[in-house]
Design a protein around this ligand. Structure first.
Ligand code: F6R
Length: 609
């Protein structure tokens, strides 16, 4: 959360910083700021409440120039979104930007007040700035030395970058929990919280490891590990190009990403899903390791958790492997019993989610036979810290709401289920039929996308709604959860999901002719049961929206709209039924004029606890 970009060069870097911020805005967008020093040592700082575009407008006629600078887009933790709380923060000549949370900021603030420091913001970041200043005053030393002294005293999870107005040749960055990546250029170097910010200006990158401190000047990069020894970190080439404006014919990134799903799925299958078998040799483990897996423990947050929940049905019913799924923030704070021969799977599109990463780290002290990350970002912390990984190949996802990363996570999980199932006695015929279903899925999804106008029409009914219920059964219960999460996230309509069988245990009390109930009703063995639940709602006057197969014989009746979808194989139906729900949320958010790609209070990469 929050985005950082810093640059040190011999040319003017003002636009590089601003453009980098635009690319980082999906990580946080409450306020933005920039501090820059030119060749003559002239310092400028601009900050504003709101979007990066406002900062760009504010600086446009200022002839902004500089060869070293820092910029930041904020997702507020300590202190409300406001100009005074926006980064960079200053303490005389010290300039700092920061991601993450300083847990002992109150104690430090008190100490600093006793030394006479005056605070102009409510942030924990300003505490670090003053602490730097104090350390330098007390002990002297280079910026690097002061960074080491200071981070020893701060607790929490953070990434910081510091610049010294009185020596504007070097940036110093420290990573304790929050990712930072250096972009290497010719006669210039950069630092950012996310490679995406640097894609157009650097093509080789160094990811800082936990505890690393880096000293960056235009012609030199020194990296020190947590105990202060100079270290070599891998420099990785990347030729990915990324154009922030590339929404193509779409109005929003989220819309584009929904429509990209057939291609994202094909890319994720490529080289792995062969005609008659699943090839996961990229894992680099032998068959015995995979055969030994007798339990799967999945940890994740949000949408990734929902995909884990779907896969639980698959692991148990198709591969005969017991599976538990837990929200990472719960997993990490309870005393748990690890099952025998249990594989820990961490699901995360960003690979940086703080709770998921912390749970992964915790698991290393426990008795899992290994950890496997399923992630959309190859060089992310979660991938780097897991024993094994499988990437989803969705391409960059910019919309804050996960869409294509959800469906491709499910694809990877289903391939894993087949692989483990094949080693656990799964019948060949079953394997082949699932493989066939996966291969045809992109085509089936295209058929649903072609019916988007039907869903756009239905979305109009939700304009004045404040609440909605989503229900499903079996592996479609997590899809109801995902539908509800998407709707609340981008349209701000309160939405809840229930296993349909749970309705009579409480939620039925909510049903009246104003309450929309979205039913996920595929043509499977639970449909008969689900029809009974639908009747319970209908007799109480509920407003039903039934997403179903064209062969289920539901008819449009009073207070009951049927959204007929093309045929889909049972095994891939959860992925398929996600698509119309994504479209529903999207169109509801459009008619409600919501900020679809950057919904309020949220951020794409949740790097704070
Ligand atoms: C919802 C959404 C979030 C994320 C959650 C975990 O659309 O995107 O709920 O799924 O923050 O993020 P990752 O998958 O990056 O660990």
């Amino acid at each position: 959360m929050c985005g950082i970009i810093g640059a040190v060069s011999q040319r003017n870097i003002a636009n590089i910083l601003l453009e980098g911020l635009l690319r980082l805005e999906y990580r946080g967008y409450d306020s933005a700021g920039l501090a820059i020093i030119d060749q003559l040592g002239k310092f400028n700082r601009f900050r504003c409440l709101g979007k990066v575009q406002k900062l760009i407008d504010t600086t446009q006629n200022k002839n902004l120039k500089g060869i070293i600078g820092l910029a930041h887009t904020r997702w507020a933790t300590h202190g409300a979104p406001s100009e005074i709380n926006a980064h960079p923060h200053l303490s005389e000549h010290i300039v700092i930007v920061h991601n993450g949370i300083i847990e002992n900021h109150e104690k430090l603030r008190k100490e600093l007040l006793s030394y006479g420091y005056i605070f102009s913001s409510e942030t924990d970041t300003e505490v670090i700035a003053h602490l730097f200043h104090l350390k330098q005053k007390q002990h002297g030393g280079s910026l690097l030395e002061v960074v080491f002294q200071t981070i020893r005293e701060i607790r929490g999870s953070f990434g910081i970058v510091v610049m010294d107005k009185s020596n504007p040749s070097t940036l110093v960055a420290a990573r304790i929990g929050s990712p930072l990546v250096i972009g290497c250029g010719v006669d210039e170097n950069f630092i950012a919280s996310d490679q995406i910010a640097l894609l157009s200006i650097a093509n080789s990158f160094i990811h800082l490891e936990e505890g690393d401190v880096a000293e960056i000047s235009y012609d030199k990069i020194n990296i020190f590990n947590v105990i202060g020894n100079i270290v070599n970190r891998n420099e990785i080439k990347s030729y990915v190009h990324y154009d922030i404006t590339s929404k193509g014919k779409y109005r929003h990134h989220m819309q584009k990403e929904i429509y990209e799903q057939p291609v994202a799925i094909k890319n994720t299958l490529k080289g792995r899903c062969k005609d008659k078998e699943i090839d996961l040799s990229e894992l680099g483990v032998n068959m015995n390791f995979l055969k030994n897996i007798k339990h799967v423990q999945i940890i994740a947050c949000g949408t990734s958790y929902n995909s884990g929940m779907v896969s639980r049905y698959w692991f148990e019913s198709l591969a005969n492997i017991p599976c538990d799924v837990e929200i990472a923030s719960e997993f990490r704070y309870r005393k748990l019993q690890v099952r025998k021969n249990s594989l820990l799977i961490v699901l995360s599109q960003s690979g940086e989610t703080a709770d998921t990463l912390a749970a992964l780290r915790l698991s290393k002290k426990l008795n899992y036979i290994g950890s496997l990350a399923i992630c959309n970002v190859l060089h992310s912390s979660i991938v780097r810290e897991s024993d094994l990984y499988l990437t989803t190949k969705s391409g960059i996802e910019i919309g804050v709401a996960s869409t294509k990363t959800f469906s491709t996570q499910l694809i990877v999980l289903l391939m894993l289920v087949i692989k483990l199932g094949s080693l656990n006695g799964m019948n060949l015929e079953v394997q082949h039929s699932i493989i066939k279903a996966i291969q045809i899925l992109p085509f089936r999804i295209e058929q649903v996308l072609a019916r988007d106008h039907i869903i756009e029409e239905i979305a109009k009914d939700f304009f004045n709604k404040n609440h909605a219920l989503f229900i499903g059964r079996g592996d479609h219960y997590p899809i109801a959860m995902e539908g509800a999460l998407k709707l609340k996230e981008i349209s701000y309509i309160h939405a809840e999901a229930y296993a349909a069988g749970e309705l009579k245990h409480g939620p039925l009390a909510l049903i009246d002719n104003k309450m929309p109930v979205i039913v996920i009703a595929p043509n499977n063995e639970l449909l008969r049961k689900l029809k009974c639940n639908i009747e319970e709602i209908r007799t109480r006057g509920g407003l039903l929206y039934i997403f179903t197969d064209q062969n289920t014989n539901f008819k449009n009746e009073l207070n009951m709209k049927i959204i007929q979808l093309p045929y889909i194989e049972n095994v891939t139906a959860p992925i398929f039924y996600t698509i119309p729900l994504q479209l529903l949320s999207y169109y509801v958010a459009v008619i409600k004029h919501r900020n679809i790609d950057q919904p309020r209070n949220l951020a794409k990469s949740v790097t704070v606890e």
